[in-house]
Design a protein around this ligand. Structure first.
Ligand code: DAH
Length: 344
């Protein structure tokens, strides 16, 4: 065996041993530099060619080159194997198919929105249209057209936010009665939900921004019985099939006769004297209602001799308190995920 062949064999053995030791990218690089680098072992061997007789030199050069190419190839293989190994290790570590899945957090509609949707659904099935109107209204729509003249004491009851002498944030949704009747000839059957504003101090029962839902039905021959039947149906739809309603005489300038509407307490049905929801009376107030006043009908050009109608206005927050057994309207605004999730 020639000296060169012996040297190449020895080199190959050292290379194989170094390669077997290299267990990361940096070690592999070090092996490459040590053997194939500019002053590596292969280069040293190449330099020794100069000491050979001239006729042996080309053959020797080729042998060394072939050996160097083979070493490059083995380095590449080792590098690829290393990468596969790292990938497999990662995979084995990061995916545990037996790990319990993390349930995605699901959003849900706000309780106010859900009550609103339910009320609207009840009335839409009965042929009512949903109408929306402005939150900033001229006092004409809020008061005058609703039979509340400038000096009428009922204005005091609506502690309103005025934006100018005549413009205000609507304190109720009743202006939508006027807007609807001005736009359409009878019969009209609408539901008008929306935000309202009053200068109320905030407590468990009051917010200065709240939601009302207004109902209006005007057609020939409409009477108080229609109102009672409709609201009884609404309460059973919202709170349960055993609900009852009662009407207490009241006063609103835009209705005659007027009533306060109560429904039976769904929490205790009147059997618990300490009931927090109804105070033991067994009844919970929903809001106002009545037969549309002839002056209001005349104001929009309707003839009170040929058409009549009923109207009601309920607080949506209030309906939600009853529906979801909530004790404080401020809960609606806290954005407490637990509260919302519980109702969702
Ligand atoms: N708008 C009244 C309020 O906010 C509630 C109301 C009472 C509305 C009687 C009506 C009604 O439509 O007929 O206090």
């Amino acid at each position: 065996m020639s000296e060169l062949a012996r040297n190449l064999n020895a080199l190959d053995e050292r290379f194989a041993a170094a390669l077997a030791q290299a267990d990361d990218e940096r070690a592999l690089d070090a092996v490459r530099v040590a053997f194939l680098g500019r002053s590596g072992e292969v280069t040293v061997l190449r330099r020794s060619i100069g000491r050979l007789p001239a006729h042996e030199r080309p053959g020797a050069g080729k042998e060394i080159n072939d050996a160097a190419l083979a070493m490059e190839a083995r380095l590449e293989d080792a590098r690829a194997a290393l990468q596969r190994h790292i990938f497999d290790a990662d995979l084995a570590q990061s995916i545990d198919v037996t790990f319990p899945a993390i349930a995605p957090v699901e959003g849900s509609l706000h309780p106010i929105r859900r009550v609103l949707n339910d009320v609207c659904a009840y009335f839409e099935r009965r042929g009512f249209s949903i109408v929306l109107g402005p939150e900033v209204e001229p006092d004409y729509y809020v008061f005058d057209a609703l039979n509340i003249a400038t000096d009428h004491p009922a204005r005091e009851g609506f502690d309103s936010f005025f934006l100018s002498d005549t413009l205000l944030l609507r304190p109720h949704t009743s202006p939508m009665q006027i807007r609807t009747m001005q736009l359409h000839t009878p019969p009209v059957a609408v539901i008008a939900p929306g935000k309202c504003y009053r200068r109320d101090a905030v407590d468990a029962r009051h917010l200065y921004q709240f939601n009302q839902i207004e109902g209006l039905l005007v057609a020939p021959g409409i009477h108080f019985g229609h109102l009672k039947g409709t609201l009884l149906g609404m309460c059973r739809h919202l709170f349960g099939p055993d609900q009852q309603v009662r009407f207490r005489p009241s006063y609103f300038p835009f209705t005659e006769p007027s009533a306060e509407v109560d429904t039976t307490c769904p929490r205790c049905a009147g059997f618990v004297t300490q009931c927090k929801m109804c105070g033991g009376s067994g009844w919970i107030e929903l809001g106002g209602a009545g037969m549309v006043h002839p002056n209001v009908l005349r104001e929009v050009g309707y003839d009170p001799e040929t058409v009549s109608g009923w109207a009601f206005g309920f607080g949506i927050e209030r309906l939600g308190l009853i529906r979801y057994d909530i004790d404080d309207v401020r809960r609606y605004l806290e954005n407490d995920p637990d509260f919302l999730e519980q109702l969702g």
